[in-house]
Design a protein around this ligand. Structure first.
Ligand SMILES: NC(=O)c1ccc[n+]([C@@H]2O[C@H](COP(=O)([O-])OP(=O)(O)OC[C@H]3O[C@@H](n4cnc5c(N)ncnc54)[C@H](OP(=O)(O)O)[C@@H]3O)[C@@H](O)[C@H]2O)c1
Length: 242
């Protein structure tokens, strides 16, 4: 039996674009009140106009900034559900990666993600109630050419999600992992290496839409308290690896 999201408070990180933005729209359509965060306030303002000021409040800032994370955690201290979605990606052959890009991916996808999750999870554990939905990727379980560092960050994030589940299940907090394959968003815009551009151009499948992933977020969010949606994997047809 699924539960209604009417009156539920949800925080979504990475809400200014792509999967996060689609998730806010889908969650509010299902009745949730959303705290939407990302760095770009103009994009968050557009989301408020789309969903309605009564449904969405915003707080913009950089999740790599510890001061901002404290502010966000205080604003989100009562949320019933957290969608930990913000992330970045730069693809290139491992031998051609810039170390700054490597560091940025580990910082944002693992360390910043853990910092905000840790703060929210503590509040949920104290209340003995809550649900954390973590956006990992198919890259959390596979290693593929051109995406090795991104895969490494998503393996790490998935390990943290699974560990949180073990540690918090006795305190009433559920942890779900949503692991999409390729989704049609702007996340690959920073990946300009010719090998990546060529690979993306020659792919033999159609990427998923952000709205399809948002449906999985709503499914996980609505799942009954005793029904743990531990892992939802979604991939485009014809994209399975060996
Ligand atoms: N697209 C895919 O193929 C795919 C597949 C599997 C998993 N995923 C995962 O899904 C999540 C969302 O990806 P997407 O494709 O929707 O990407 P996107 O369209 O590029 O959106 C990324 C979001 O993360 C936010 N963000 C990035 N760095 C941030 C920071 N330092 N502080 C605060 N917010 C930050 C961005 O907001 P601002 O730019 O406004 O800060 C934006 O809202 C990521 O974790 C990604 O790894 C994506």
């Amino acid at each position: 039996m699924s539960q209604s999201l009417a009156g539920k408070e949800v925080m979504v990180t990475g809400a200014s674009a792509g999967i996060g933005k689609a998730s806010v729209i889908a969650l509010t359509a299902a009745g949730a009140q959303v705290l939407a965060t990302g760095r770009r306030q103009a994009e968050l303002d557009a989301l408020v106009r789309h969903c309605g000021a009564g449904q969405v409040r915003t707080l913009s800032g950089d999740l790599n900034d510890a001061g901002f994370v404290d502010e966000l955690a205080a604003a989100a201290s009562d949320v019933d559900i957290m969608v930990n979605n913000a992330g970045i990606l730069t693809y290139a052959p491992l031998m051609d990666m810039e170390f700054d890009d490597v560091e940025a991916m580990f910082r944002t996808n693992v360390l910043a993600s853990y910092r905000i999750t840790h703060a929210i999870a503590k509040a949920m554990a104290a209340r003995r109630r809550g649900h954390i939905i973590v956006m990992t990727s198919i890259a959390a379980r596979e290693v593929y050419r051109l995406g090795v560092i991104y895969c490494a960050t998503k393996h790490a994030l998935s390990a943290i999600a699974r560990g949180l589940r073990i540690e918090l299940q006795g305190q009433g907090v559920r942890v779900s992992e949503i692991a999409p394959g390729m989704v049609d968003t702007d996340i690959r815009a920073t990946s300009t290496h010719p090998a990546v551009v060529e690979a993306v151009k020659n792919r033999k499948f159609t990427a998923l839409t952000a709205e399809e992933i948002a449906e999985a977020v709503v499914y996980a969010a609505q799942s009954d308290d005793n029904c743990c949606t531990d892992l939802i994997e979604l991939r485009p047809r014809s994209s399975a690896q060996n």
